[in-house]
Design a binder for this molecule. Structure first.
Ligand code: CDP
Ligand code: CDP
Length: 217
């Protein structure tokens, strides 16, 4: 059976996770937040006292770790040596180093391979930076969720989180390996002046027009 992938990409704090969660619930698809995977690797590197910019040492560390991913009841999980990192994944320390770790080719190769495995078993809503451009370039269902830098910074601080979204975007957009960019065939939605419900409705409407219905419907 062919599994469908809805790719949701965009810059930091544009609303990707919130939109993807609602879409996955409405469609009864499995939700995969790939940012969590890069954040968990970063947390593990920092915890292991490995220098985040030392790509060789990061690669060695990961080769010796037990890394598992999967899904239960529509929710994906990602564990390194049995831990998901918990609240530390959104800590200022992880925010400050995640783009550096995510620019490393070994890290991307390893995580992209795991991300592709999900499509063997499930219909997916997968969110990240490179889902429509690099992970599943052939999926016909791609959305790029955007918002102005000011709106995004205020959305993130509204969550009570300390995060320099502009700096992270600059690094994510300028890295050599699968940078953040708009896939030529993605539908771009500027959500700066839209409520979350409006964004979810707009994406669902587009998907319904293209024949994508809730799983099991
Ligand atoms: O939630 P937010 O948009 O702030 O970030 P995230 O989706 O949790 O992603 C954290 C970081 O992981 C990003 O800033 C990227 O450096 C990296 N990332 C990536 O390189 N590729 C992805 N597919 C997802 C995240
Ligand atoms: O995953 P990403 O970092 O792109 O963003 P998020 O964590 O889903 O959203 C950041 C915050 O913006 C959350 O508190 C959302 O409820 C809020 N948001 C909003 O106020 N209006 C939207 N249209 C989208 C998100």
């Amino acid at each position: 059976m062919q599994h469908l992938v809805i790719a949701i990409d965009g810059p930091a704090a544009s609303g990707k996770s919130s939109v993807s969660r609602a879409l996955a619930q409405r469609l009864h698809y499995t939700l995969v937040n790939t940012g969590v995977m890069y954040r968990a690797v970063t947390w593990y590197v920092l915890q292991s006292k490995v220098e985040p910019s030392d790509a060789k040492a990061v690669e060695e560390l990961l080769q010796n770790a037990s890394i598992e991913c999967g899904a239960r009841d529509g929710q994906s999980f990602f564990h390194i040596n049995g831990s998901d990192g918990g609240d530390a994944l959104v800590s200022p320390a992880v925010n400050a180093s995640v783009s550096k770790i995510a620019s490393q080719t070994y890290v991307r190769r390893k995580l992209v391979e795991m991300q592709r495995c999900y499509a063997r078993n499930y219909h997916l809503v997968m969110e990240g930076r490179d889902i429509g451009t690099a992970v599943f370039p052939d999926t016909p269902y791609k959305f790029y969720i955007d918002a102005s830098p000011e709106v995004r910074a205020s959305r993130r601080s509204g969550q009570g989180l300390h995060d320099s979204v502009v700096q992270r975007d600059a690094m994510d957009s300028s890295r050599k390996d699968s940078p953040l960019m708009i896939a030529p065939d993605a539908e771009v939605i500027d959500t700066s002046f839209m409520s979350l419900d409006d964004v979810v409705s707009a994406v669902l409407k587009r998907l319904h027009q293209r024949g994508v219905l809730p799983s099991g419907a």
